[in-house]
Structures are given as C-alpha cells and as structure tokens.
Design a protein around this ligand. Structure first.
Ligand code: SER
Length: 583
C-alpha cells in the first residue's frame, strides 16, 4: 500500500467514526516561538487539549508535517528521518481508552490488514504520579490481544509529554512484529534489535506537568500518532523507509549519478533534501539562528554527501524537480514553491562550498599533524579554532573526523563556545560602559563595513592601499586611504560590488586574542601598530579580511544590508576619502 493510500484510508476511517478532518499545520509553528518546528500532531492542538473549544468539534483527525532534529546525526542508518508525516486522531474530552483502542485495533487489522498475531502492545506500569494502567490492558484484551502480548513499562517508555511542561499522560504503544527471531530470551517490544517496530502511540492525556508536578486536566483527551513512512515500509515489506516510493526515485537517481556510491550518503542526501524542501516550502530560510540554522545544517550535510558521492552539484535542481514530482500528490503546495526551493538550496550550497574549501584545507593540515603524532582525537580547542578562524561548522568537523577514523571532542567545543560568548558579551557590556555609548547596531555595522571596504580597496587599487583614517556616525561611514589618483567610475563600481558580494556571502566575523607580533606575522592589517598593547584582538572576516581591531563587529556580514559609495574625493596629498552608506 502506498503512503498516500494509507493516509487517505486513515482519514476516511476516522471520518466515518465521527471525526472532522482538519488540515496539517505548517512545519514552522504559528504563534509558538517556544519550539523550532512542529514535532507532533498534538502540538498545534495544545490549547484545545487544555480545554478551549475547537471550532470543528471534539473528534478530530489529520495528517501533520513534522520535523524532529535530535537525531540529525543518525540519519543515514536504516531508520532515522528528520522530516516525517504523523497521522493522528484526537478526542478532546470525548471518547477515552476503550473506544480509542477499539478503533486503533480495527484500523490496523481490518483496514490495513495486519494479522492480529503480529501486534504487541505496551501499557504504563504505574508510579507515584499515576496508577498502573490496568484499564488499557483490559481494553486490549477485549479487543483481541492476548495477555502474553501485553507488556507494562515505566515512564521512560509509556508516558508522553512534549518537553518539560504541558499536557501529558500514560500512553499505550502498538508494535509490529517483523517476524525476525528474538535477539535473546528477554527480547520484548522495548528491545531495539529490530524485531519489534513501534507503529502507533495513543496517549491518554489527562495530566498537566509543570515544575515537575502533575495535576489533572479538566478534560480527558486522547492524542494518537502514527508514523506514515514507517507504516508504509512495513506494509510494503521493505527494510527501510528509503525503499518505499517516497524515496526510491531519488535514491535510484542518486545511485545512477554517483561515481563513488555509498548507501548511507545517498540516504542522507535524499532525507535532508526532502526535509529542506518541506521547511523552505513552509517559509523557512537558512540563517545562523535556531530553525534557520537547522535548515542550514541540513543543506550543508546534504552538500557534503553529494560531494562524497562525487555527484556534480549542478544536479541539485534536477534532484529537487524529481523530488517534487515524487511528492507533489502528497504535498501539492510544493508545486507553487518549486523555483523558490531551488533558489534557496542552490544559493546556500554555493555559500557552503566556499567555507568548505577554505576550512577543509585547514582541517587536513590538522589531521595530518595529529596522525604524525599518533593521536586519533581532535580536541575541542582545535574544533573551536577551525570554527573561529575559518567559520568551519563543528558538526562538519565531527563528520569529517569520523570519516577519517578520528573522534571529535564536541562537548569541550561547546564549553569553549559558551565561554567565548560570555566573554564577548561581557566585553561589549564593558565597552558600552566605557564611554562608547553611541555604539549601536548601525555604527557596529558601519565598523564591519569599514573592514570590508579596506579589503576591497586593496584588491582593486593594490596591496599598498592602507587605511589612513575613519569616522563613523549612525548615518554614514567615512574612510581615508592612500592612493595616488582619483578613483575611476569602474574602480568605484568594482569596490562597491566586491563589498556587496562579501555581504551576500554572509561571511562569519570571528575574533581571537593574540600577541601583537603573532598578529602581524599572521598578516593582520593594522593602521598604527605602536598604538596597540602587546595582547591584541584580531578580527577575521571569512577569508577576505584580517585586522587588528578592538571591535565590536557584527557576527556575519549578511547583517550589513547594501553598501553604496556616495562620494569619492581628495582628503590630502596622496590620500583619498570615500563616504559610503549601508541601505
Ligand atoms: N503525541 C504523541 C506522539 O508524538 C502521540 O501523537 O507520539
């Protein structure tokens, strides 16, 4: 049975049982800044689970687009997905355990034709917060599941809540027995050897958890969730979701294009491409924050694995077309976003390739050095340096390290990263206190633009062009530099274009502290070396600029807006002056 047929059967079945079919909410939650993505069908329904009246009544059903990001690094194995579709049915203070279980059993056995012997179920074993769920167990027995296939587990397995606070309750989970032999005498549904696969979860939501305490909700709800990809895989007798019609066209295409085939890489590309498309379709864009960063990570990881497969990156638009053609029956909204999806993914891929090329060289140096020393672990400080100096993302370092048989100490990296954030926060607090109160977003942006302009002038006029002075207000920047002629219109245009190109590339602006002489040796630019103390801070912008500077600066050049030269004039003998604005 194809995934779309399972979805349609599900919605029809629950409609026939008095439920109203409601549309999927967007993947990016509306009016809920507390979560990055919709992770479960119940999420958009929280107000109604808490008692608000739903306009469509007390029995609802839908399919929900979901994204779960905790396991991104696991994608590539035979089961993990970030994006998936969840089929769900809800009782908002209407039916409870018995009817919910009857309907689930009927749907699985009659509609989907799963033999009853293949089904095992689990129930909540009880603790000080909530009693053992004998009622659920007896409902299952009544429905047709014998005692020996009913298991009891504690909160780790049979209690459901999204996060730390919210509506929650004991659940009952249904498992499909794949028929594989038991991995040991104690092999049960809770075992993850692969014999038992969880297919559906019915939560009996009658509690609310806050500050670690449980109180009863005003109404008793049922919230169920069935993972569509997994069900399609089982009903089609496939070993992985990637073998179903949802992924197989892309998987096969990737295989035919790959010069260096690797199944895990193909799964990563297929999965991350689908997830990225769904996020972009619902309005997500790559950035360095929160959900934007998740999208960025997905596109980066996908790009890396396309490279690993030795597939020409220019194939990306064709792969996106193929994916949309595969999925458009399920998600017709993809069609009208076709071009936009391609533009966002290709632009992000281009940006990443630049970072990757710079950082990978450096990464290889590090690896070779460690290899020579007989070390097989990259320490947190090195990961941090790669990030700080080359904008090389820690997760990419980790991926590359694993591929090279190295470990990567990400937890130390996280520590250093937090420390660094704290330091720069304290640093800028101090600066604001120290009389630079006029520093604001605008002047900080101009300050970074000054570095870019300095670098652009060197490229256009020559390495001998140096900064001779600068003055910044919230309205404009003024920059003096040595140059023996009035800039031609072409030179001005070139300088402007270069700066804007770097802004568009959203280059990371990173800072490090070092000894003055080391800074100079590293080739950092500076105006009056004697003015600086022995310990200096050096700001690096991608691979275009490195300057001794006290800061502060923006974190990424993308924050600057559009750069425009408004005037170019003489300042003094051999010194020219540019006035420019950020629009
Ligand atoms: N909320 C539960 C889950 O996500 C059931 O839908 O598994």
């Amino acid at each position: 049975m194809k995934a779309i047929d399972i979805r349609n059967k599900y919605l029809k079945f629950f409609e026939n049982h008095g439920h109203k079919v409601i549309p999927s909410s967007p993947l990016i939650p509306e009016n809920d800044p507390s979560v990055l993505f919709t992770t479960a069908g119940m999420q958009p329904l929280v107000p109604y689970l808490l008692g608000e009246k739903h306009p469509e009544g007390k029995r609802l059903t839908d399919y929900q687009k979901c994204l779960r990001t905790n396991d991104i690094d696991e994608v590539g194995d035979n089961r993990h997905l970030t994006y998936f579709e969840m089929l769900g049915n809800w009782s908002l203070g209407d039916y409870f355990k018995e009817e919910s279980i009857q309907m689930s059993y009927e749907f699985l056995t009659k509609e989907l034709g799963i033999p009853s012997e293949r089904i095992s179920v689990t129930c909540f074993a009880g603790d000080e917060d909530c009693p053992r769920d004998e009622i659920t167990a007896s409902c299952w027995e009544k429905a047709g599941i014998p005692k020996e296939r009913i298991y009891f587990y504690g909160k780790e397995d049979n209690w459901w809540i999204a996060g730390e606070e919210g509506p929650c309750g004991p659940d009952t989970e249904m498992f499909y027995d794949t028929g594989k032999p038991k991995c040991s005498e104690n092999c049960e549904p809770s075992c993850d050897c692969g014999k038992y696969v969880e297919i559906w979860n019915n939560v009996f939501m009658e509690y609310y958890k806050k500050d670690g305490k449980y109180t009863k909700l005003e109404q008793r709800n049922v919230d169920t969730g069935l993972g569509l990809e997994r069900m399609a895989m089982l009903l089609q007798g496939k070993q992985t979701p990637f073998d179903t019609e949802l992924f197989s066209p892309v998987m096969e295409k990737l295989q035919s294009l790959a010069k260096n085939d690797d199944i895990a890489s193909r799964r990563i590309v297929a999965e991350h491409l689908r997830a990225s498309m769904m996020i972009i379709c619902d309005g997500g864009r790559p950035s360095n924050l929160d959900r934007g960063y998740i999208l960025r990570r997905l596109i980066r990881r996908m790009t890396r694995h396309l490279n690993k497969l030795q597939i020409d990156l220019n194939e990306l638009p064709n792969l996106i077309d193929l994916n949309i053609d595969t999925l458009h029956e399920m998600y017709p909204e993809l069609e009208s976003h076709r071009q936009e999806i391609k533009d966002v993914i290709v632009t992000e891929k281009d940006k990443f390739m630049k970072t990757l090329n710079n950082g990978e060289r450096e990464f290889n140096k590090v690896i070779n050095k460690l290899k020579n020393q007989g070390i097989n672990k990259i320490d947190g400080k090195t990961i941090f340096n790669l990030y700080e100096t080359y904008g090389f993302p820690p997760e990419v370092t980790k991926d590359l390290a694993t591929e090279n048989g190295f470990e990567a100490d990400l937890s130390k990296f996280d520590e250093l990263f937090k420390e660094h954030q704290e330091k720069s926060r304290m640093g800028s607090d101090q600066k604001f206190k120290g009389g630079l109160a006029e520093q604001n977003e605008k002047t900080i942006a101009y300050h970074t633009a000054t570095h870019l302009l300095n670098a652009a002038l060197k490229k256009v006029i020559g390495e001998n062009s140096h900064q001779r002075g600068s003055n910044i207000t919230t309205e404009r920047m003024r920059f003096d530099f040595n140059c023996d002629h009035k800039l031609t219109p072409e030179e001005k245009q070139k300088v402007e274009d270069l700066v804007n190109e770097w802004i568009k590339e959203d280059l990371p602006v990173t800072v490090e502290t070092m000894k003055k002489e080391d800074a100079l040796k590293s080739g950092a630019e500076c105006m009056f070396i004697e003015k600086y103390p022995d310990e200096v801070t050096v700001y690096t912008i991608g691979d275009v600029s490195k300057e001794l500077c006290g800061g502060p600066h923006v974190k990424h050049t993308g924050e600057l807006g559009h750069f425009k030269i408004v005037k170019e004039e003489a300042s003094s003998q051999g010194v020219r002056r540019i006035k420019a604005i950020l629009e």
